[in-house]
Design a binder for this molecule. Sequence first.
Ligand SMILES: Nc1nc2c(ncn2[C@@H]2O[C@H](COP(=O)(O)OP(=O)(O)O)[C@@H](O)[C@H]2O)c(=O)[nH]1
Ligand SMILES: [Mg+2]
Length: 246
Amino acid sequence: MSPFLAAAPRFSIVIPIHNEADCLEAEVAELLGEVEARGLEYELILAENGSTDATVEVAKRLAADNPRIRPLHLPIPDYGAAMRAGFGAAEGRAVVNFDIDFYDVDFMVRAERFLDDYGIVVGSKLIVGSEDRRSWFRRRVSWVFTAFLRILFDRKIDDTHGMKVVRRDVVDRFLPRTVMTKDLFDTELVLRARRGGIEVRAIPVVVEEKRKPRLSIFRRIPRAIFGMLRLRVLFWKERFIGAGRE
Ligand SMILES: Nc1nc2c(ncn2[C@@H]2O[C@H](COP(=O)(O)OP(=O)(O)O)[C@@H](O)[C@H]2O)c(=O)[nH]1
Ligand SMILES: [Mg+2]
């Protein structure tokens, strides 16, 4: 925990960042403006890895000005590794995952209210009441990804890769068992939690990205398919051989 914070904050907001120097300062100011306007206790963990622009310097400068901001830095670009480091460092009672181009303080507050009854609350772009304003193609890709997850793993799974709020004890229990890197890290965390008996609640969100994704969707699709197959094999091994089983 930051030496400036006397107790665990109510919210730990974890944002993985990679080559975001252009927008980092403005987005952090907008997000924290909303959080502080509501008087919410927080820490903000900026989990960077592998940036080749000035992201690290900007994150350090922001942290120097605000003791509630904690910058993390790892050498190799990897969304999942950054998420793992960020979740591992989080001290808050509710651990929140946002993207730098996609966050919603209303969602965070609404989601927290469910944490007595649910271990994870995901922002869903699939259920009634949600609105996905991304391109037709990106919407189809998300739909197919979720269909694969339901067929391969869990027919009740909802969005796993968007905004989410995870209860402290669920992070403590399932983070050490979560091994996938890259895009599949949070999907594995949610799947493991459900397999361990944790209730996951989906609440509708409006998805509107402020810019195009960093990595082309065409490079992510094969990676996601191989990742899902690896995870499927891993779960089977755990089930039949018992290795690392929850
Ligand atoms: N630390 C880290 N963050 C990443 C990496 N790739 C993407 N991100 C961050 O993950 C979030 C979502 O990335 P984005 O490119 O918008 O992809 P999207 O999930 O398709 O919208 C942003 O905050 C990015 O900066 C990476 O390799 N390492
Ligand atoms: Mg994005």
